[in-house]
Write a protein that binds this ligand. Structure first.
Ligand code: ZN
Length: 246
């Protein structure tokens, strides 16, 4: 079974289309949340993800746009983007986002936007210490947990029975071979607003037969996405940062 893995699209339609073209034919899609927020095309992105029938979990920006998350801790630009996104969202998009859960699990993987511990708190896994609670909560026979939220393509690897974990950046893309006796928390990066220094859109392909996760970096029309963000009245900094990858 091959899964296309996408996360943190953030209403960036240009990046989403480029990533789906690159992923090509897969058996199913996984979406790790933050479909909306920051970019100019929230409804178009919701329509595509709904059409893919992706196994999706809700992100903090999705919840914020629905008005179900306190945004007082968001920075100024993010708060503005939430308000503008909320204005743009159709009833159809709202009901789709509202139907998503905080976590999802099959016999092949477990998903959360931020972390498995207290998923509604949307904690960031950005160092091995922060990965520990999620490793503890992974089912015993499960080797793969997928998260998003930090917009950093990277993996955390823990050997069974050993405390601590290794953090390995995947910002340039590459293949992860899942090894027997180890388990993995994998962030395939952000489709629509990468923050790992690489402005190319990020996504993944999880092949359960080969036991691999391929992280892909995909060039897309950044200038077109930036223009739409400016034209839609979002803060200019949200357009500028797309070219920087921060
Ligand atoms: Zn995000």
């Amino acid at each position: 079974m091959r899964y296309g893995i996408i996360s943190d699209i953030h209403s960036n339609l240009e990046a989403l289309n480029a990533v789906l073209d690159r992923i090509g034919q897969v058996d199913a899609y996984i979406c790790l949340g933050d479909i909306v927020g920051y970019g100019a095309n929230p409804n178009e992105c919701c329509d595509i993800i709904r059409g893919l029938a992706a196994d999706s979990v809700i992100g903090n920006h999705d919840a914020a746009a629905l008005g179900t998350l306190d945004v007082s801790w968001f920075n100024r630009h993010a708060r503005y983007a939430v308000a503008r996104t909320s204005e743009l969202l159709s009833d159809e998009s709202r009901s789709y986002l509202a139907g998503m859960s905080f976590t999802s699990q099959t016999d092949k993987y477990v998903l959360a936007h931020g972390s498995l511990d207290n998923p509604p708190d949307f904690r960031y896994i950005d160092d091995p210490w922060m990965a520990q609670p999620s490793f503890k909560l992974m089912p015993r026979d499960m080797s793969a947990c997928f998260v998003g939220h930090t917009h950093l393509a990277e993996q955390y690897v823990q050997q069974w029975g050993v405390r601590g974990a290794d953090r390995i950046s995947m910002s340039a893309g590459g293949r992860i071979q899942l090894r027997e006796g180890f388990r993995y928390i994998i962030n395939c990066g952000s489709v629509g607003q990468p923050r790992d220094g690489n402005p190319a859109a990020a996504c993944g392909v999880f092949d359960t037969d080969a036991g691999t996760v391929e992280i892909l970096r995909v060039d897309y029309d950044i200038a077109a996405a930036q223009k739409k963000i400016r034209d839609a009245g979002f803060p200019l900094a949200l357009a500028d940062r797309l070219a920087l990858g921060f």
